[in-house]
Ligand binder design. Structure first.
Ligand code: MBD
Ligand code: FE
Length: 281
């Protein structure tokens, strides 16, 4: 099966991301101090006003914007919109002090609490799961080189059709989602499959913007990870594959050269090594 057979599931994925954000994160959203709200809201609005003046935005364009903004909410695509077009700059600002591993955006499809698979094992997958088998070995250390024996590596990614479990229908709950521990020396070995390049939902409001602007909807194939260890900053990253045609024009602007893997063919699949270096908190 190819990704195109599944494109219609996409708007549901956007709406599922809204439901997920509400259930996991609404309670955790901290109040923003009044002075910050005032400053940031004023500056964002000024930037909008400037754009309108500079380009002489018309009433037709203003009303098209209103209609579109309403549709983003109705389609449940605010998480998708924000994570694709805004999060990468928040991530850049939040992690610019780091000396350890580069990170990148979380995106809309993380689910906490994926099943524990030990330090050497497979992510949950279906019988005959599509995609080239991938064996990934790595180590988690602190910036001083010491192994972090209590580290956890959470991995989640799309399947060979570009779909995420819990966001697209008909996929087992924790498919291609797992939590791994590490050995005393910080090492781990994870068995999974190579995901497909990912097309963001084209049948909702975000897709409408992409079509109206003549952009494309693609992200390169990627593995999402969260790497954590006591006393260290949480690392959220994505790993990419060399030669993917969208590594240079990711719709979500989330590719960094340090995050591109170097897989080697091995019997029936691929092996890859990628280590993580965490910053002390
Ligand atoms: C994804 O899979 C993703 O990683 C991002 C950032 C946005 C949309 C879908
Ligand atoms: Fe993703």
């Amino acid at each position: 099966m190819t990704a195109t057979h599944h494109a219609p599931a996409a708007a549901e994925s956007g709406a599922s991301a809204t439901a997920r954000f509400k259930s996991d994160k609404f309670a955790a959203v901290a109040d923003t101090p009044k002075e910050r709200v005032s400053l940031l809201a004023r500056e964002v609005l000024s930037a909008v006003h400037e754009t309108i003046r500079k380009h002489k935005v018309t009433y037709d364009e203003y009303n098209a914007l209103k209609a579109w903004l309403i549709q983003v909410g109705e389609d449940g695509e605010w998480p998708l919109f924000l994570d694709v077009w805004v999060e990468h700059v928040v991530e850049e600002v939040a992690t610019s002090h780091r000396k350890g591993n580069k990170g990148t955006i979380e995106g809309p499809y993380y689910v906490p609490g994926a099943p524990e698979q030990g330090s050497r094992g497979s992510v949950p997958m279906r019988e005959g799961e599509g995609g080239t088998p991938l064996v990934w070995t790595g180590r988690v250390t602190s910036v001083d080189g010491s192994p972090l024996k209590d580290a956890k590596v959470e991995l989640w990614h799309a399947d060979a059709d570009g779909l995420y479990s819990q966001f697209a229908p008909g996929i087992p709950e924790w498919n291609l989602r797992g939590t791994f521990s590490v050995e005393e020396d910080g090492s781990f070995e994870i068995h999974t499959v190579r995901p497909a390049p990912y097309q963001i939902p084209t049948d909702g409001a975000c897709g409408k913007l992409i079509a109206a602007a003549g952009w494309h909807a693609w992200r390169p194939a990627h593995l999402h990870v969260k790497v954590s260890a006591p006393g260290h900053e949480l690392l959220t990253a994505q790993l990419y594959f060399p030669g993917d045609e969208h590594n240079d024009d990711d719709i979500a602007s989330a590719v960094k050269p340090e995050l591109v893997l170097d897989p080697k063919p091995s019997d029936g699949g691929e092996t890859v090594t990628y280590d993580f270096v965490l910053d002390p908190a």
